[in-house]
Design a protein around this ligand. Structure first.
Ligand SMILES: [Zn+2]
Length: 438
């Protein structure tokens, strides 16, 4: 199988980010595969020299381009914890091992093979199809998707006077072994990171003569007041997810999901939030915003009370949370504690609506082995898709591969690997989607 061999070659390039060396070699192998069937390909390099691949199969300009988005970098490995070499690209007992098999070189190959099949048809697609394999996703995307969308939007589907693109990218593996049927999520949106700093001021002094207002104590009270999960609320996508789960589950679980999907779902989710956080995996983080302190600085000598101390927070907000309103509220709380709140950075976009492409994804999902249940979802982590959603594109995270909880845990973990038969079916499913959608 040509796709499997290509994936093995990609795995043998250790494109670990940082620093991202090898991203260009990964992109080049994908480029060669696509150029061979006649796609127009180009490599675009960010000012820091990080190359991304854009390959296009032309189509009529009056329909939204279809963008297939992947990334060429991988996260680092702790090599001594792996049972097999993470960069050898070996197939062992029906599984291809290696960093990037799931995240996300395997998906890059699914995209490439699907478009190879499309290009081999004897008619022009009825929309433009663009394969994009970017650098730097694992370190924030500033040298990859973020840069491309900002500086070369016309190359990735944003052309003035033409419909906004539809994008397929990472974010949604299927999951088996939890309910009676596997679940196949289609990710419509993600939680938006909001980073902010809180700086407390107090009276400096000697440790032996402690002043009344101390920066570190004020900061500690502020951290205690604002940190943690915020009040739970149901985003419409999650309400819809619970409605679907109620149909698949049985017994107590089904009643629970029905309650969450019902008219008093917001009350129910508040009451059940601690249990959902403890036992429901990612779902537990998709029912509320979170505010988490991540860095703290204060003081310089152990018998001196400093006049200043500061903390940085990583907040993650559901797509319908008003970030400005939250910052105003934090500012008000800060003033009670002699703490000044300052935004550092934010990103994110609205959740995408369901389109006819969603229906295609759902139909193809349900034809995978064991008839997975397609379910709209959000994801707690940020992906490159946010750059496209921010500019108004419809973007879905979807990977037609059902994994056991054990295999899913290898994503960003040790012993990452992909079942060869599942990969082959995923290539077929991706091809069905791209063919049906174009
Ligand atoms: Zn990834």
């Amino acid at each position: 199988m040509e796709g499997l061999e290509l994936l093995q070659e990609l795995i043998r390039i250790p494109s670990v980010n940082p620093p991202g060396d090898g991203e260009g070699a990964v992109a080049e192998l994908l480029r060669e595969r696509l150029a061979r069937v006649g796609l127009e390909t180009e490599m675009l390099s960010s000012p820091a020299g990080r190359p991304s691949l854009v390959a296009r199969l032309p189509g009529p300009p009056d329909r939204p381009p279809l963008v297939l988005l992947s990334h060429t970098d991988v996260v680092p490995v702790e090599r001594e914890r792996w049972r097999h070499d993470p960069f050898a690209g070996e197939t062992i007992a029906g599984e291809l091992w290696g960093r990037g098999t799931l995240d996300m070189k395997g998906v890059a190959v699914m995209h490439a093979e699907a478009v190879v099949a499309l290009a081999s048809r004897d008619r022009e697609p009825d929309r433009e199809v663009i394969v994009v394999a970017v650098a730097d996703e694992e370190a924030g995307g500033g040298e990859g998707a973020g840069w491309l969308v900002a500086e070369h939007g016309d190359r990735v589907g944003f052309t003035d006077g033409r419909p906004l693109p539809e994008v397929l990218g990472e974010g949604g593996f299927g999951l088996s072994g939890v309910l009676a049927r596997p679940l196949m999520p289609i990710i419509l949106g993600e939680k938006a990171p909001l980073r902010f700093r809180a700086r407390a001021t107090g009276s400096p002094g000697h440790g032996a003569l402690p002043p009344e207002h101390q920066a570190i104590r004020e900061l500690a009270r502020f951290i205690e007041t604002v940190s943690g999960p915020r009040r739970a609320h149901l985003h419409p996508v999650m309400r819809e997810q619970f409605r679907v789960l109620a149909e698949v589950a049985d017994g107590v679980q089904a009643r629970l999901f029905r309650l969450l999907a019902g008219s008093s779902g917001d009350l129910a989710v508040r009451a059940l939030a601690p249990q959902l956080r403890a036992r429901a995996g990612a779902i537990g983080h998709l029912i509320a915003d979170s505010i988490t302190p991540t860095e703290i600085h204060g003081g310089y000598k152990n018998n001196v009370v400093p006049g200043e101390a500061e903390v940085t927070f990583d907040a993650r907000l559901l797509p319908d949370t008003d970030a400005d309103g939250l910052l105003r509220e934090l500012g008000r709380i800060g003033r009670r504690h002699h703490v000044e709140v300052e935004e550092i950075w934010r990103t994110g976009g609205p959740a995408s609506p369901r389109s006819s492409l969603f229906d295609v994804l759902a139909a193809v999902s349900s034809r995978l082995p064991d008839n997975p249940v397609p379910v709209a979802s959000l994801t707690p982590g940020a992906t490159d898709l946010r750059f496209f959603r921010e500019r108004g594109a419809t973007a879905y995270g979807w990977v037609p591969l059902v994994l056991s909880p054990e295999l899913l845990a290898t994503f960003h973990g040790d012993d990452e690997r992909i079942p060869v038969d599942g990969f082959a079916r995923a290539v077929t499913a991706m091809t069905e989607v791209v063919t049906a959608a174009s």
